[in-house]
Design a protein around this ligand. Structure first.
Ligand code: SAH
Ligand code: SF4
Length: 377
């Protein structure tokens, strides 16, 4: 017997799995081809419409089949290391993945809706100077199941199973957590397929927004294949400044980025592209900057709206948030030019859940785990 056959095969974890992987599991259990579709359909309903976390609940599946599933598979969410609740109602979960890495997901309730902010990577490779996530050294892509599981955990906590047809607390999703989603589109896309599937979680593409720092070659694909709303982290209107605060600009400068925005499939006046702009004192907040921003958006003819985000501080940052009067004047200038530019009030700052504040300490924890293991040995 060679070494490989001695290694026990891991039990598949169905939580977060897409249809194709579920089909493989079902076929692996010996279900005949012609029944596979029906079995996947049943599992799908329980996993993503009802939010089942055990096979016992799946009463439309025969007892024998349920027993077989329970004997060979799991439905396991990531462990919740901490769950925090801000004084403004924002919730943040720190989730522990199978390899010990951690990511954060944030839920922001509003009056008539609620938005879940989902992470796409552990950390981020892009080192934007104003972003806490960019200082995290350890980085890896999340699997599509790990992305979907963030949504399942939020639905569990909000007790929103079975998925209600309307009036949902969790009504919108933004890919604005840790990581650059367009550096992990191969896993983000299948996760979105699961999230949008009408027989399951059923959130439409109009309620989903993907935020990118400007990975130009992937933008078209995102529009064509996922069709979700696009948000672009702009933060500066001159290459010199953007090169400094967002190093990705050296690879994909403003002209390339704005051209890709103008060509984004599905962008119309009814579905505008959102430009995120963090207000950084004395860096990007002058009225000349506001004028240049307006000029660029008009020049490239992009159906746009601008979100002004007061800079959220974090330990050790170089930057300060612009003064309130400066933010007001910047916003008014853009509004007067006919482009919507609301100031986004920060949410969940007290639990470090606001834009750009997310950072898991997987590295430290991993070190602590290693030390603990070494002590045991
Ligand atoms: N990597 C993607 C997705 C993260 S979205 C992107 O950069 O678009 C997080 C949003 O918060 C981005 O617009 C980001 O630029 C912004 N941001 C990062 N750090 C921030 C901070 N300290 N204060 C306010 N906004 C910040
Ligand atoms: Fe990464 Fe976005 Fe933060 Fe830049 S702003 S470091 S791209 S998460």
């Amino acid at each position: 017997m060679n070494q490989e056959t001695e290694i026990t095969v891991e039990r598949p974890n169905l939580s977060g799995m897409g249809r194709a992987a579920l089909r493989d599991v079902v076929l692996g259990l010996g279900v005949p081809e012609r029944q596979a579709k029906m079995r996947v359909q049943q599992l799908w309903h329980w996993l993503y419409h009802r939010g089942a976390t055990s096979f016992d609940e799946m009463t439309t599946i025969s007892k024998d089949m349920r027993a077989q599933l329970a004997a060979t598979c799991d439905i396991k969410r990531p462990d919740i290391t901490t769950a925090q609740l801000s004084e403004d109602g924002t919730r943040k979960w720190l989730l522990k993945l199978d390899d010990g890495n951690e990511v954060e997901a944030v839920f922001i309730p509003e009056e008539d809706r609620g938005t879940l902010c989902v992470s796409s990577q552990v950390g981020c490779t892009l080192t934007c100077k104003f972003c806490h996530t960019g200082t995290q050294r350890l980085v890896r892509n999340l699997t599509s199941a790990e992305i979907v599981n963030q949504v399942l955990i939020a639905r569990d906590a909000l007790e929103e199973w079975p998925s209600p047809p309307e009036g949902r607390l969790l009504s919108n999703i933004v890919l604005m957590g840790m990581g650059e989603p367009l550096y992990n589109f191969d896993n983000v896309k299948p996760a979105l397929d699961t999230i949008m599937d009408q027989e399951g979680i059923s959130l439409s593409k109009r309620r989903i927004t993907l935020s990118t720092s400007g990975v130009v070659p992937e933008m078209r694909r995102c529009g064509e294949e996922a069709g979700v709303n696009l948000a672009v982290s702009l933060h500066a209107v001159r290459d010199e400044t953007r090169d400094w605060i967002m190093p990705i600009n050296k690879k994909y400068p403003l002209h390339d980025l704005l051209t890709a925005c103008a060509e984004y499939p599905g962008a119309t006046n009814a579905r505008r592209i959102t430009f995120e702009y963090a207000m950084l004192k004395d860096v990007n907040d002058s009225l000349e900057d506001a004028a240049e921003l307006v000029r660029l958006l008009k020049h490239y003819k992009i159906p746009s709206k601008v979100n002004l985000i007061p800079f959220n501080p974090w330990p050790g940052t170089l930057f300060e948030c612009s003064d309130w009067d400066t933010i007001r004047a910047f916003s008014d200038y853009i509004f007067e030019a006919g482009i919507s530019a609301p100031v986004r009030m920060p949410r969940g700052r007290d639990i470090m859940a606001a834009c750009g504040q997310l950072k898991s300490d997987s590295q430290k924890r991993r070190k602590a785990d290693l030390l603990a293991e070494a002590a045991k040995a």
